[in-house]
Design a protein around this ligand. Structure first.
Ligand SMILES: Cc1cc2nc3c(=O)[nH]c(=O)nc-3n(C[C@H](O)[C@H](O)[C@H](O)COP(=O)(O)O)c2cc1C
Length: 272
């Protein structure tokens, strides 16, 4: 399965079939971890964790005792870097038949942080269960998906713009960028808020965050920047499978911004 197919098919899985991951699948995941890089070059350390051994739980997850968690230094751009890197694992897992759910909130966080031996200058942004999807979703999962309208996304023209935030970008106008941008549109985000916005200007795609209220902590940690990292990852994977190489930089073009919108990063594509 290609990453494009994985992005199109993936959904969060919260109800698992109680079967343990096979040794072969565990090995495949472990072998993939070094490929879960990010454009910021910030190292992320991952561990597969056994829920019973470490007393881990999530009230929304049933049918698996295996989790993956990641930690990294609390440095500028840690959120975007983590989003980008962890999403590579999520998509790879899906491509080999393993379900995941990004979890930032609904877990006993202290127990996970202890299991990861988190030190003071580190952060463990999110975890995910790992397992095989059950035939039927739990009632709770069905209700959760309805609650956040998990099966729908905003329209292309509401998310993407041309030259400035004044002019929506149509798929037709986006040309060769239409598919990578469509993959951004499909990305998962916390509470399905879809905070990514992109402006295409002079052949470069600039990524922005449209901040929702209540997602930035007092210490500056911003959960929605993880979502932007995920969006950047989808864009780069899509571009790469379309024959382009995505080069990210942080170089604010200084466009006039709507309220609560902040610049995050820019991406130039070259022929691979
Ligand atoms: C950064 C982040 C944090 C999330 N945190 C949680 C969480 O704590 N609990 C949960 O059940 N789902 C969580 N989700 C999953 C989202 O609710 C889900 O991705 C979104 O509703 C879209 O649904 P889909 O993943 O099935 O496409 C999180 C997703 C992201 C990207």
């Amino acid at each position: 399965m290609t990453f494009i197919e994985a992005i199109k098919q993936r959904r969060s899985v919260r109800t698992f079939d109680t079967n343990k991951l096979t040794a072969e699948d565990v090995q495949k995941l472990k072998d993939f971890l070094p490929e879960a890089t990010n454009p910021y070059g910030i190292p992320v350390e991952y561990q597969l964790l056994d829920a019973k051994e470490h007393g881990l739980s999530s009230p929304v997850i049933t049918g698996t005792d295996t989790y993956i968690a990641g930690k990294l230094a609390r440095v500028p751009h840690a959120e975007e870097a983590f989003g980008y890197s962890f999403e590579r694992i999520v998509l790879y897992a899906w491509s080999i038949g393993i379900g995941t759910t990004w979890i930032a909130g609904t877990m006993n966080r202290k127990a996970f942080e202890n299991a990861m031996n988190l030190s003071e200058n580190e952060v463990m942004p999110c975890v995910s269960p790992l397992g095989y999807e059950a035939k039927k979703m739990s009632f709770r999962e069905t209700m959760m998906r309805k609650g956040v309208k998990a099966d729908s996304r905003m329209a292309f023209e509401e998310l993407f713009y041309e030259n400035s935030f004044e002019t929506p970008l149509s798929k037709e106008k986006a040309g060769k960028l239409a598919l990578p941008l469509e993959l951004v549109r499909l990305a998962p985000s916390a509470v399905n808020k879809q905070p990514w916005r992109c402006v295409l200007k002079d052949g470069i795609v600039h990524f922005y965050e449209k901040k929702s209220k209540g997602y930035e902590a007092a210490d500056g940690w911003d959960l929605q920047k993880i979502d932007i990292g995920i969006a950047m990852c989808h864009f780069a994977l899509g571009a790469s499978e379309c024959g382009f190489k995505a080069g990210f930089s942080v170089n604010d073009p200084g466009l006039a911004l709507p309220e609560n919108v902040a610049y995050i990063a820019s991406c130039a594509l070259t022929e691979a």
